[in-house]
Ligand binder design. Structure first.
Ligand SMILES: [Mn+2]
Length: 398
């Protein structure tokens, strides 16, 4: 039975303004981080060699945008030249266009090096199939985004025409609909696990979603896989690196994850119970920091939750000495109003506007469900803040 060792990576978003894992950081650190991410390409090449892979699969978003630095593109092309065949499906971020880093026109105009012959970049929206050089038993089918415009059609609902091969690989950048609401990425090129499995590919390398997930068929073979985001991210998730494994006509086996990001990410929860000043918040953050075990080399996201007493804007900065970079999320922090007191006060003759407003909103909240309920809870929060003369700028929401 034919077998093929592979390495899969996608969604690196190289050259992104704030992604990957750049957090908000001063220019010097940003430069350092960018050079680390560039070095991860060399690390990837070492993994491809040490795992003895015969193919590299990149299902999209290798680059973050059209106007990525020449140096970075040339570096990637140079490193890839020393690898076994590399197949790339341009995603919604690194779509093919006259201005794309994959474009031949740009190559001469911008001074980019030529993409090496062992790198196969799919160029059309329609699926196309190429045989792996030297292997008539392996065919790779892929497609390309041609703009960052969401594709809504279920393109896997119809059978993808392709040449036959013992091992058939699909490279797809799109949204498995079952997870659409868990992911912040745009819904594009939607498909269901059933539609993918019905295509009968040996294996599908999937990109676009930033969390790891597998698609398994009836007998339990891995038929598709999102490798996830390779680098640490501002939402507190660790980088997932790249995946190596073996593909046969029965699916993928021997899957192994290889880290590419030497920095760990910590998600740190800071529970507030009617805090009254920024100083109190800072003390709680310091305690959470000490208990977290996260250090100066690490990346950290602080999630504040619980309640604060109205009268100040509950926002603080994290000490830049604590971590290489940090992010702060205040969106789960709620004002600790005496809501019960306000509701009781709504009955009297001298009911305040605040009490009447609270009663009205609480009545609506009790009748509402799901998203509408959340909106009304926010309305109550913003409204009470406004009545207290507090900051009502929109909160960061997940
Ligand atoms: Mn994408």
């Amino acid at each position: 039975m034919s077998e093929l060792r592979f390495v899969q990576i996608s969604d690196l978003h190289l050259g992104g303004r704030s992604y990957p894992g750049c957090f908000k950081m001063p220019p010097e650190k940003k430069k350092q981080r960018e050079s680390e991410l560039r070095a991860s390409i060399d690390k990837l090449a070492e993994i491809v060699k040490s795992t003895n892979a015969g193919i590299v699969l990149i299902p999209g978003d290798l680059f973050d945008r059209e106007s990525v630095d020449n140096d970075l593109v040339n570096h990637v092309a140079g490193v890839f030249a020393a690898l076994p065949p590399v197949f790339i499906t341009p995603g919604n971020h690194d779509y093919t266009s006259p201005g794309s880093p994959y474009s031949n026109e740009q190559r001469t105009r911008r001074g980019l090096v030529e993409w090496p012959e062992n790198v196969y970049i799919f160029e059309d929206e329609d699926f196309a199939t190429r045989y792996l050089p030297g292997r008539v038993d392996v065919a790779v089918t892929g497609h390309a985004f041609r703009a960052n415009v969401p594709v809504t059609e279920h393109r896997l609902a119809k059978r993808i025409p392709r040449d036959p091969a013992e091992i058939s690989i699909l490279l797809l950048h799109g949204s498995r609909t079952q997870f659409a609401f868990e992911e912040s990425q745009k819904l594009t090129l939607p498909f269901t696990a059933g539609e993918l499995l019905a295509q009968g590919f040996s294996y599908a390398a999937l990109g676009h979603y930033h969390t790891y997930s597998e698609i398994v068929d009836g007998p339990g073979s891995i038929r598709g896989l999102y490798g996830g985001r390779p680098f640490a991210a501002e939402n507190g998730s660790d980088g997932l690196g790249c995946i190596s494994g073996v593909i046969s006509k029965a699916g993928a086996t021997e899957l192994e994850r290889h880290s590419l990001d030497s920095r760990k990410t910590y998600e740190i929860t800071v529970v507030c119970d009617n805090v009254a000043t920024p100083e109190e918040m800072k003390k709680l953050a310091a305690k959470a920091y000490q208990e977290s075990g996260a250090g100066a080399y690490d990346l950290a996201r602080y999630n504040f939750c619980g309640t604060y007493l109205p009268g100040f804007s509950p926002k603080i900065d994290i000490d830049p000495e604590w971590h290489f970079a940090s992010a702060v999320n205040f969106s789960h922090l709620r004002p600790g109003y005496d809501l019960q007191g306000l509701l009781e006060g709504a009955d009297g003759r001298s009911a305040s506007a605040e009490s009447l407003f609270a009663r009205e909103l609480v009545g609506l909240i009790e009748q509402a469900e799901d998203e509408e309920r959340e909106i009304l809870e926010d309305a109550l929060d913003y409204g009470l803040r406004a009545l207290h003369g507090l900051d009502i700028s929109p909160r960061e929401v997940d």
